[in-house]
Design a protein. Structure first.
Length: 160
């Protein structure tokens, strides 16, 4: 995956495994990362907001060794012809986070939770890309601030 992302031309092995080329490999990697995130996160005894935070932090921790490949994949997904791929992988990731956090909604809140988390996750991911620290401390502090802002917005009668 790293070779395919850095070279610009998919190697033969990637072409044989992923007939759609690098976009297919990126989508498969995102699906794998979603599953690994859900399996690796310890959510026992946590409330939903802490579960969401733990899942996002776990996702970033697991992706840290491949941060450069993630950066290149995000750059590739930002191209106009990859907009559907970017939307699809983001939607699947935020759904995986909510499902692992225990969300079982099936009404309008199913959509609003995912749309809200997509914005939050996207901003955290962009911040993480610029965070040079080895432990992602600045990114996790940013994540905490974003989650706190979101919690304030959700309280009736409060202005964020």
């Amino acid at each position: 995956m790293s070779v395919a992302a850095t070279d610009g031309q998919p190697p033969e092995i990637v072409e044989s495994l992923f007939p759609s080329g690098v976009p297919g490999a990126m989508e498969a990697w995102c699906d794998l990362a979603d599953r690994e995130m859900a399996e690796a996160a310890d959510l026992s005894g946590l409330r939903t907001p802490q579960r969401v935070r733990t899942l996002i932090a776990t996702r970033l921790r697991l992706a840290r060794p491949d941060k450069e490949a993630v950066r290149l994949a995000l750059a590739r997904q930002a191209l106009p012809w990859n907009a559907r791929l970017a939307a699809r992988t983001l939607a699947r990731t935020v759904s995986a986070i909510w499902e692992a956090a225990g969300d079982r909604s099936d009404d309008l809140s199913w959509y609003t939770r995912r749309a809200t988390l997509a914005g939050l996750y996207g901003s955290v991911l962009a911040y993480w890309m610029g965070d040079p620290s080895e432990d992602d401390a600045a990114t996790l502090a940013f994540l905490d601030r974003q989650l706190a802002r979101l919690a304030r917005m959700q309280k009736p009668g409060k202005v964020a």
